[in-house]
Design a protein around this ligand. Structure first.
Ligand code: PPS
Length: 286
């Protein structure tokens, strides 16, 4: 049985499994971002893999063959993991990279690079609920405990990648840079076609109407949940107990209403208002 433990790197809790101080330090200080890299950045459970599927489809003009034949982890490696770093270092450009790193641990080379960053955000209450379920069957994560306990852990940032509030606020500081594009899970849900068009514009990629339709079709929850290259079904049992749950769980907005009590939700709102004061951005869930 695998260890469900975390270690702290520069104040950020990370799973012991798959991560090392050496690769994190290399990532932060030595890894070179290239001008034609496209990096998807998000706090965990915000819709990262959805964005990765969308990007893969856009890049191939709506043709699903690439996303349906190459594993997500090879298409868009998680650069802060030891194995993902290895894939990234051997990836012929243009590279699609992925990370959940908070801004302060992101490669410093970013400051001199024209690489494109897509930051995906999601209602933190839905992030919490998605993480809570995922932690039950994803072995590298610590057991979530009861929902009551997990709400406290989440609000205090005692979860992998630390505080949601710090993550979002840290990356928001970069919002005036032309090479960062912010988009939310909620916007993808509300208008996937319109969102794909905006992403294409940011990437400088032109798709015709049929190609856009194909991206929307193959990035849908229904099709993606059956794509073995994207639905985590190929992840070894050592990492994931497939009998206990599915990565492609519900894929909806507002599921928190089915899991948080009124008191938990009010407590969350109270902390949220306190921590997000002065951010000066209105999010779709506000
Ligand atoms: S991870 O493990 O941090 O990389 O997870 P992440 O990919 O960020 O987020 C997982 C949630 O995204 C949902 N998902 C989708 N929703 C809608 N449409 C599509 N195509 C899609 N693909 C993934 C996934 O179901 C997780 O949300 P929950 O709420 O748990 O269902």
């Amino acid at each position: 049985m695998t260890e469900r433990t975390c270690f702290t790197y520069k104040g950020i809790p990370l799973p012991t499994m798959g991560y090392s101080e050496e690769s994190l330090s290399y990532m932060e200080n030595e890894f070179q971002l290239l001008d034609d890299d496209v990096v998807t950045v998000s706090y965990p459970k915000s819709g990262t893999n959805w964005m990765l599927e969308i990007l893969g489809l856009i890049w191939h003009d709506g043709d699903p063959s690439w996303v349906q034949s190459v594993l997500m982890s090879d298409r868009s490696p998680w650069i802060e993991t030891a194995s993902g770093l290895n894939v990234a270092l051997n990836y012929p450009p243009p590279r699609f990279l992925t990370t959940h790193l908070p801004f302060q641990l992101f490669p410093k080379s970013f400051l001199h690079s024209k690489c494109k960053i897509i930051y995906v955000m999601r209602n933190p209450k839905d992030v919490l609920v998605s993480h809570y379920h995922f932690a039950k069957f994803f072995q590298p994560l610590e057991e979530p405990g009861t929902m009551e306990e997990f709400v406290e852990k989440f609000l205090n940032g005692n979860v992998i990648y630390g505080s949601w509030f710090d993550h979002v606020k840290g990356w928001m500081k970069m919002k005036n840079r032309p090479n960062i594009f912010f988009i939310s899970y909620e916007e993808l849900h509300q208008d996937l076609r319109g969102s794909v068009k905006r992403i294409c514009y940011f990437l400088g990629k032109e798709l015709d109407s049929h190609q856009l339709d194909e991206v929307v079709k193959y990035a849908s929850f229904q099709i993606m949940k059956d794509n073995k290259m994207s639905n985590f079904s190929q992840i070894p049992e050592e990492y994931m107990n497939h009998k206990k749950g599915k990565f492609m769980r519900k894929g909806i907005c507002g599921d928190w209403k089915n899991h948080l009590t009124v008191a938990q939700s009010e407590h969350f709102d109270h902390v949220y208002q306190e921590k997000m004061q002065g951010v000066g951005v209105t999010f779709p869930w506000d």
